[in-house]
Structures are given as structure tokens and as C-alpha cells.
Ligand binder design. Sequence first.
Ligand code: ATP
Length: 235
Amino acid sequence: MVEFKDIHKNFGKNDVLTGINLTIQDGKTTAILGPNGSGKTTLIKILLGMCHSNKGDILIGDSTTKNNWSYRKNIDYLPQIANFPGNIKVKEIIAMIKDLRHQKTRDEELITYFELKPYLDTKLSHLSGGYKQKVNLVLSLMFDSPFVILDEPTSGLDPLSLIKLKDLLKKEQDNGKTILITSHIMSFVEEISDHISFILDGKVYFDGSIDELKSTTQETDFEYAIANLLKNDHA
Ligand SMILES: Nc1ncnc2c1ncn2[C@@H]1O[C@H](COP(=O)(O)OP(=O)(O)OP(=O)(O)O)[C@@H](O)[C@H]1O
């Protein structure tokens, strides 16, 4: 279980997070949603230690993450924007990331699954956006960690690839993985999430299941329920 406790973060005068309290349950899929710029990526980066909070604490189980980063070995992370040098070939970047972590990997299985074999000798700069994202998915999921964080995994994927990603994540769920996602594709979020945490104005504005969200907003359609959160005061 991951607990965000009263997390604050500002960038200069920009108060992005102003007291986030949030729990990520083990074995569940939690979607962190919110408008552009609401701080979803910032919150993920704070969890990963890529960005420091100004106040607050994160607990993994009963332990604080302060000065204790070993938990990160059990996390697979897909960044929203992965900026690798364009002149590296697909097979080279996969080998480089494997070398960094020295853990067992399932890269070949994922390369086959995302039909990347014909592109292994292609430079990253020559790949389309969707194929770059498939390479990023292989890089982030190949370590088969129990906790998976995917920041906008749907970015650039065509409908068939999106279905493949959903099928893969459903298998991960069946295997008991804890998954944290952000996405602006509401059909994707609705299909795979157990829990929704909606961030607005620096705080968790809604926290509950999809059914609870629909009943709170009195909307039967998930996308409309999210839009309703933005229009009306449900705090
Ligand atoms: N390194 C940084 N320096 C200054 N401001 C930053 C930095 N990183 C993020 N911000 C600001 O923090 C705010 C939250 O950004 P963040 O990327 O976390 O939002 P988000 O909810 O993930 O947005 P989106 O849905 O557009 O991806 C934005 O106003 C952004 O400009």
C-alpha cells in the first residue's frame, strides 16, 4: 500500500499540490485523473523521488520513503515523455536499460507482443510516435515488477494497439499487480481502473470507485461524470 500524506509542491509561485492525501491499494488499479497541469505527473515524480515535495510524506507499507529509496527496485515506470537520443537503435536502448537494472527481463515476449521485431535495428528517431510508445512500453514493463506506474500509456497508440495494451494490463491485474495510471482516454480508464483519484486545485477532489463517481455526479456515462466533476462542486 502506498500512502501520500499531505503532499505539497510548488514551483516558484505555482502551488501545484496543496495537500494531497491518497492511498494506492495493493493489487488494484488506480487512475490519477485531473485537468492538464493539475499535477498528476508531479505527484508520480514525487513518489519516484524524481522531484522533491515541499511538505508531506509518502509511506510504502509502514515505512517512509524519506532517505529510503530501495522500494523503487520494485516499480516499473513509463514516463509521459521518454527522451532517449534518436540515433540509438531499438535493440540498443533495450540492451542499455537491461544493463542498468541487472534484473531478469521478459523483453523478447513483449517485443513479440507489440510486433516490434522488424524494428529492432531501426533508430528511435525513425520510428513513428506509436511505435516509439510501444518501445517505451517494452522498456517499462520488461522487468515484470509488482508495482507498475504508467503516465499516459495510451499516447500515440492506434485502436488495435490500445486493445493490446488493455489486454496486457488485464493479465497484469490477474497476476495481482498494483497499477497506477494517468490517461486522458476515459474509455481506457473506465475499462481498467478499480479506483479513481481526481486532482483539482492541488487537492484530491474525488476519490472512489467508478460506480461511486457515477452516483455522486448522477451521470451514467463515465466521461460525462468526469466532466460533471469539473463543472460542479462535489468537494
Ligand atoms: N520542472 C518544473 N518546473 C516548473 N514547473 C513545473 C515543472 N514540472 C511541472 N511544472 C508545472 O507544474 C504543473 C503541473 O504539471 P504536471 O505535469 O504535473 O501536470 P499534469 O496533471 O501531469 O498535466 P497533463 O495532464 O497536461 O500531463 C504545471 O503547471 C507545470 O507547468
